[in-house]
Write a protein that binds this ligand. Structure first.
Ligand code: 5RP
Length: 262
């Protein structure tokens, strides 16, 4: 099955597969959301079922919670865990300082809370998401439904005074209806093309009434595992500036998309 994957999916898969090497017995692990994180959850489930790995997972969305249970991972809430050893999650963009844009899948609020409550955050990504400047990917901003149009207007007004390029914003939709996050909020996507000062923008956005959180993750990620379509992976760590390389093989047993109920 992995033989049929596109190069990007192969890159996501090897990044995810490499990341579970950092998970140890007894850990409380934050489980990210998105297609790369779903590979990781499946790889972890395989270790739980076949190698007896004992972990407890804190999912960052209802989707991830359902998948984690399906693959055999014990799921607990963040309130039960309080603090986590490690969170592994995907990202939409990352820069050279490991600042991130997240929230393409709409789970940025729980993702940011869970990652911040972790000793270490590992981001798993295919190489196409590495950028010099954040901003080409639309920046998600989670707002409460009450008065969301006013919040949107306030965000646009604020952007006029910021070091950003391009300033349109759109309400995220789910077909003909507004998208709702797991927390019952909406998402405004900011189409900026280039963010000059992500740290400042992240702080200013969260001052606007109605804004719950934004998708800029600043100083949260410790390690990025970058996957390539040929099976190579790079483990880059911001704390000791190290880069380690490895190459993973695609073998038939890597068919982690098999329906577990079959
Ligand atoms: O932030 C996220 C979800 O809110 C995801 O991590 C991000 O969108 C990357 O997704 P994918 O792994 O499917 O490319």
């Amino acid at each position: 099955m992995t033989g049929e994957l596109s190069p990007i999916d192969k890159a996501k898969f090897v990044a995810a597969k490499k990341s579970v090497e950092f998970v140890e017995d007894g850990m409380r692990v934050g489980l990210g959301t998105g297609s790369t994180a779903a590979w990781m959850v499946r790889c972890l489930g395989e270790l739980v079922r076949e190698d007896g790995l004992k972990i407890r997972g804190v999912p960052t969305s209802t989707r991830t919670a359902a998948l984690a249970r399906e693959v055999g991972i014990e799921v607990i809430s963040l309130d039960e865990a309080r603090w986590l050893d490690l969170t592994i999650d995907g990202a939409d963009e990352f820069d050279g300082e490991f600042n991130l844009i997240k929230g393409g899948g709409g789970a940025l609020l729980q993702e940011k809370i869970v990652a911040t409550a972790s000793d270490r955050m590992i981001v798993i990504s295919d190489v196409s998401k590495e950028v010099e400047n954040l901003g080409a990917f639309p920046l998600p901003v989670e707002v409460i439904p009450f008065g969301w149009q006013t919040s949107k207007a306030l965000v646009e007004e604020m952007l006029d005074s910021m070091d950003v390029l391009g300033q349109s914003s759109t309400l995220r939709m789910n077909g003909d209806s507004p998208f709702f996050t797991d927390e019952g909020n909406h998402i405004i996507d900011l189409h900026l093309t280039r963010i000059g000062n992500p740290r400042q923008l992240a702080m200013v956005l969260n001052q606007i009434p109605g804004v719950v959180e934004n998708g800029l993750f600043i100083d949260i990620c410790d390690t990025v595992i970058v996957g390539f379509g040929d099976g190579r992976v790079q483990v880059r760590d911001i704390n000791d500036d190290s880069v380690e390389e490895d190459k993973l093989e695609f073998v038939d047993s890597d068919n982690l998309f098999t329906d577990l109920s079959e």
